[in-house]
Design a protein around this ligand. Structure first.
Ligand code: HPA
Ligand code: ZN
Length: 325
């Protein structure tokens, strides 16, 4: 499974940081982060909200463009190791310069340069999706949206929202999303990981996204599944993340296969791999075990992801060639 060529569309950049990398930075800076690690060196948290706070603590030691460049290299090496040839990661200006446009441009330049080096060395292409963080509130979402519009182009290709889905409503963030859309950015938002099918419906009706992060709880509303299928809205499904966080008790109980059977377009991603003890190889192995997925199923998933990628068509053609055996 490791060698199967893959596309990943839902990856939080800081959430992909190996724990040893964060521990090393904390030690260099004399910051005590022992509370966020278990004895075995993995990240320690109790539930989703605690995960978000551990995530922010881990991210707090990542400061400056140079450190984000090092992070980018580590993330791309790990992804390439698992057969990923194209990936889109969520970048948060809130964590890269505190929402300041000039600082953000410096972070982005460093990330992009490292990604271009990795593309040459490892054969993996990265594109960025700027994200605002829902639980920081609608006012704070404006700065990332402005950062996104100021850097929109062939590398920053999308705008999205992560964070705590149970805070506020998608419609509270329309200013940020409209701003990004006007700059030509494609839209995705986290919905239906915690907030149920109603949360997915809200995202669809209020933000008209091309893709939805997770979206899996749509399975509880058959009519909504039909809307997703008819409109070709693609779900960025992260099965391992959902099982690890207890959204579903097991992979066998995960709705990815049912969604697919109803005609909903699904793709597969890891979300925050070291936090959820996963990687793309494990995701594929799990799907093979739970649902008997084989070569044709993974091929279909990859084609869906290729078509749903936010990159331009020239990049899509390059990736299509790279996927050939
Ligand atoms: N879900 C929502 N928000 C996030 C996540 C996630 O998995 N990781 C970082 N921010
Ligand atoms: Zn996510």
């Amino acid at each position: 499974m490791k060698d199967v060529k893959k596309i990943e569309l839902h990856l939080h950049h800081e959430g992909a940081a190996p724990p040893a990398f964060i521990r090393g930075l904390a030690a260099e800076k004399g910051v005590d982060l022992s509370r966020i690690f278990r004895e075995d060196g993995t990240y320690a948290y109790r539930d989703f909200n605690h995960f978000l706070s551990v995530y922010e603590a881990a991210t707090s030691v990542l400061t400056g463009p140079e450190e984000f460049a090092r992070l980018t290299r580590a993330v791309l090496e790990e992804s390439a190791e698992h057969g990923v040839v194209y990936s889109e990661s969520f970048l948060s200006p809130d964590f890269c310069g505190g929402g300041d446009v000039e600082a953000w441009k410096d972070y982005l330049a460093a990330i992009r340069q490292t990604a271009e080096e990795a593309e040459r060395d490892l054969g993996i292409t990265l594109r960025g999706i700027v994200t605002c963080i829902r639980h920081f509130g609608p006012e704070r979402a404006r700065a990332p949206a402005i950062c996104a519009t100021e850097t929109a182009g062939d590398w920053i290709v999308g705008f999205g929202m992560g964070g705590d889905e149970m805070v506020g409503h998608q419609a509270d963030y329309t200013w940020a999303f409209d701003c990004a859309r006007e700059a030509g950015l494609k839209i995705t938002t986290h919905a239906g990981e915690w907030g149920g099918a109603a949360s997915v419906r809200e995202a669809v009706e209020d933000l008209n996204p091309a893709r939805i992060g997770h979206g899996v709880q749509a399975i509880d509303d058959p009519a909504l599944c039909d809307v997703l299928a008819e409109r070709g809205i693609v779900l960025e499904v992260c099965p391992g993340s959902n099982v690890f966080l207890g959204v579903y008790p097991s992979l066998a109980a995960h709705p990815i296969q049912k969604l697919r059977k109803r005609g909903v377009k699904v793709t597969v991603s890891t979300d925050d791999p070291p936090f959820f003890h996963t990687n793309m190889t494990r995701e594929y192995e799990g799907l093979e075990r739970a649902f008997g997925w084989g070569e044709e199923d993974f091929e279909e998933i990859t084609q869906t992801a290729l078509e749903a990628a936010f990159c331009d068509d020239a990049t899509r053609d390059t990736i299509r060639e790279r996927l050939k055996p």
